[in-house]
Write a protein that binds this ligand. Sequence first.
Ligand SMILES: [Zn+2]
Length: 197
Amino acid sequence: MSDDLFIKMVSTLTSLPGIGKKSAYRIGFFLLRADDATFKQFISNLTTVKERLKFCSVCGGLTEWEICDICSSSNRDSSIICVVEQPEDIFFIESTGEYKGKYHVLNGSISPLDGIGPDQLRIKSLIVRAEQDAVHEVLIATNPTIEGDVTAAYIHNILKEKKIRATRIAHGVTVGSTIEFADQYTLGKAIRSRLVL
Ligand SMILES: [Zn+2]
């Protein structure tokens, strides 16, 4: 069939995170209709990113160099390390403008069902970094999921033994939402981490 190729492209696009069939069709048609120059630029941008970007040897974040801009910056507070599950989480935290410390990417979270234990994550290198004299706080910003919480608790225990201060980002009911729409796990967490007014 003549549309086999198109279907193949749609199935390639749906393998991307967050892209459903509808979006895949929309993107597919956009690419097909794009003029040659736009299409070539698109492909060349993707190729350049794939060829040039790598992961920072210190924090595990994205960089073009051996060590990323945040790790090598003297303007960032080296006394605090924020622990995240994925490199992209750094972008989200940076976009708030609220954090001026350094980062450490775990590359996932502890998930026995998926066969991911602490040894598969970048936890050892985190502890080595946290043991440096200059570090006074490790802010654990793993996701507010069961796996993220288990990972946070695991890291917290190791840091406690080593007498290194650990904090956890607050989680709760989404601002602008209502209690009615919060799931049980989120609402339970919000109640446990309630604030004194
Ligand atoms: Zn880095």
